[in-house]
Design a binder for this molecule. Structure first.
Ligand code: ADP
Ligand code: MG
Length: 677
């Protein structure tokens, strides 16, 4: 029998498929474009398009689409069939190089944040050959050839999440290659690549129960709901045995992902009942981002097949853990090695420490931008809620690495914790703990042995935004280090001595960003404030970081986002935030008025003739009054901020009612029901 693994890559126009179906010269040219980021040779496009169409039609496809990632944070597709009339009463099929390379969807309804007025709504999609085309089957089994593309306006302005991502990868590559040269690594025009593995958390709930919760349906989270008496307190769900119905879902999910060459690797129960995680093997960043977007979609569609709904909201349930997307990020140098792995000789270690110190500079200088990149209405419920990292950005390096950093600051060549001596470029580093040994789960930005894990990304977000920031701020820090080193060396300074000076200076300035302790404590928030680290608690606090001169200069300098493109992001994210809160407020009002109040009135009537429960009746009446007042307050709320506060107050009285209104009268499925898959 064919097992699921054998289906790996079945639906992807992979390099292997290309090699088999393209002429040798065309394949070589395309491969060069993919490997080096060189401009696409337009003369090969027709041949590639024809081969893609033939392959796709063998898989049952009748249509193709340029698959892109607009600023809504979702993915978008518009299907075109391969058919042309032959003007003899029949049809022929065709797919030209031009159609492969460029498309022109009607862009007027995608957010542009002011980049483009609707009367000049033309937007263009352009093929991204670095991400392979794939076949997607819809619920009815119809197949569509999906071509990953970027999405730009008439003058090339980026209207999507992928264009800046590719630009930021290029900027990072350029500075990484430059840094490599200073360390004697010269690999010609081979690029360095950022790598990403995103661990994805999600909830599964029963579809029937979901259908009875208008709040879940309209907003993705429960706007009301009293915490269940048993939920995650016992931690008995975490890594527990996977129940058969969920196991069947997971097997199906893996199979669908594997068909798309998504290397789904790890699956397990999470801390909260009904919560799970899936993690792929890491890959080149842009491919990993595409794959995460496809994973989100596949989670939803596979859940549906199994009678579940997959909740991807960052905080579907109050009082239990929310869902994040741990962003495991590293740099693969042009030599193909992981440059965030401590090396095996002093020279490699000097490079490794340079990168670590540059990251300190990057994250400290632009902590506000990293925070802004994860600012959404959903994630506001999660960050700082003792389950996810606080809104304060800091770096965890672990004791040993911190010790080495301190030695470099103090001038190098001092005794290390296990007795060795450290001088950059001369000594071996003491063996650093790898992977799971030295963990701090409370840090937003943790070194985990051979990569950094940015833990603040929301489960429902595209990973693109956070990585655009990460790539760009690291490119800037590398640029700084290279510029200093190049000029010191030009002045005749010895390389290791120059490096020691540059790193010591950076450490002095930016060591405040290091924190190895418990990030969930109030003591840390106080300490962070005294260090001057920003603590931007809400999305409205965080987004203005995108409007600073610092941010404008950064993204413009590295060609990632023009000032206008950056401003457009601010406009869109702010509007999305306000719109989402508005939808939540309207939904809360609907539920409170049309479901909660009638149920409470019924309960009060039923109880009113029984003197023994007069106390409960009175309590219900008083909470009902509070609920009515809460409704009025929410209706009157004038700002988004007021809406957030008023929703919280309304919820408090409704949840208190849920505790005393008879369960058979309460109109919404309870947390206990929802969370028991
Ligand atoms: P944990 O839950 O302990 O953090 P997981 O194994 O669930 O670990 O997830 C770790 C993720 O980090 C995986 O997606 C893995 O592929 C990824 N990863 C490992 N090495 C790198 C690297 N060099 N660059 C980017 N991601 C990496
Ligand atoms: Mg992790």
């Amino acid at each position: 029998m064919k097992n699921n693994i054998e289906a790996f890559g079945e639906n992807v126009f992979s390099l292997k498929v290309m090699e088999a179906r393209l002429s040798a010269p065309t394949f070589e040219k395309l491969k060069k474009t993919i490997d080096t980021g060189a401009a696409l040779d337009a003369s090969i496009a027709d041949e590639v398009a024809e081969a893609m169409k033939e392959w796709a039609m063998e898989k049952g496809a009748t249509h193709y689409t340029h698959w892109f990632q607009p600023l809504t944070g979702a993915t978008a597709e518009k299907h075109d069939s391969f058919i042309f009339p032959d003007f003899k009463g029949g049809v022929v099929t065709g797919f030209s190089g031009e159609e492969l390379i460029q498309g022109e969807p009607d862009a007027s309804s995608f957010p542009s944040g002011g980049l483009r007025a609707t009367f000049e709504a033309r937007g263009y999609t352009g093929w991204d050959p670095t991400s392979p085309a794939f076949i997607k089957y819809d619920g009815a089994g119809a197949a569509t050839l999906c071509i990953p593309t970027v999405f730009c306006g008439y003058n090339g302005e980026a209207l999507d999440k992928k264009t800046p991502l590719l630009r930021s990868m290029k900027a990072l590559s350029e500075q990484t290659v430059r840094l490599g040269k200073l360390f004697g690594i010269d690999c010609g025009d081979t690029m360095a690549k950022a790598t990403l593995g995103s661990e994805q958390e999600y909830f599964l709930i029963d579809a029937d129960l979901y259908d009875a919760r208008p709040d879940l349906q309209r907003t993705g989270r429960t706007l009301f709901g009293k915490p269940a008496s048993k939920h995650q307190q016992l931690d008995d769900h975490y890594f527990g045995a996977i129940k058969p119905r969920v196991a069947a879902f997971m097997a199906d999910l893996d199979k669908e992902l594997w068909k798309l060459s998504i290397p789904a690797k790890t699956r397990h129960n999470e801390v909260c009942p009904a919560q799970f995680e899936i993690a792929p093997v890491f890959q080149t960043l842009n491919i990993s981002v595409d794959h995460n977007m496809l994973t989100l979609e596949t989670l939803r569609t596979t859940a549906e097949k199994h009678g579940f709904v997959c909740l991807l909201h960052e905080k579907p349930f109050a009082g239990v853990n929310g869902s994040g997307k741990h962003n495991n990020w590293s740099i693969m140098g042009p030599d193909g090695k992981n440059w965030l792995s401590p090396g095996s000789n002093p020279h490699e270690n000097a490079k490794f420490m340079t990168i670590i110190v540059a990251l300190m500079k990057a994250v400290d200088t632009h902590a506000d931008l990293l925070r802004a990149s994860v600012a959404t209405a959903g994630n506001d419920h999660r960050l700082g809620a003792n389950e996810a990292p606080p809104a304060v950005v800091s770096i965890f390096l672990g004791d040993q690495l911190t010790d080495i950093v301190e030695q470099i600051e103090a001038g190098g060549a001092k005794s290390s914790k296990d007795g060795g001596l450290i001088a950059l470029g001369v000594d071996l580093l003491p063996k650093l703990p790898r992977g799971n040994t030295d963990r701090n789960r409370t840090s937003p930005f943790a070194f985990t042995g051979n990569r950094f894990e940015f833990r603040a990304v929301g489960s429902n977000q595209s990973p693109a935004g956070a990585n655009v920031v990460l790539n760009t701020i690291v490119a800037e820090a590398f640029d700084y280090v290279c510029t200093k080193l190049e000029s010191a060396v030009a002045e005749g300074k010895e390389f290791n001595a120059a490096l020691q000076d540059v790193l010591a200076e950076i450490i002095k300035e930016h060591k405040r960003i290091l924190f190895n302790g418990d990030g969930y404590t109030d003591a840390w928030l106080e300490e962070a404030a005294s260090r001057g680290l920003p603590n931007m608690v809400t999305t409205p606090d965080a987004l203005p970081a995108l409007q600073t001169q610092k941010a404008k200069d950064l993204f413009a300098k590295y060609g990632v986002l023009s000032n206008e493109e950056l401003e457009s992001r601010f406009n869109i994210y702010e509007e999305v935030y306000e719109t989402l809160i508005g939808i939540e407020a309207a939904t809360a009002l609907d539920i409170a008025k049309s479901m909660i109040i009638p149920a409470v009135v019924t309960a009060i009537n039923e109880y009113s003739s029984v003197p023994a429960v007069a106390g409960i009746t009175a309590e219900m009446s008083s909470l009902l009054e509070k609920t009515v007042a809460g409704i009025t307050a929410l209706e009157k709320a004038e700002s988004t901020e007021d809406e957030v506060v008023a929703m919280g107050e309304l919820r408090a009285s409704v949840d208190a009612l849920e505790a005393i209104v008879p369960a058979d009268i309460w109109p919404l499925p309870s947390y206990a029901e929802l969370l028991l898959v």
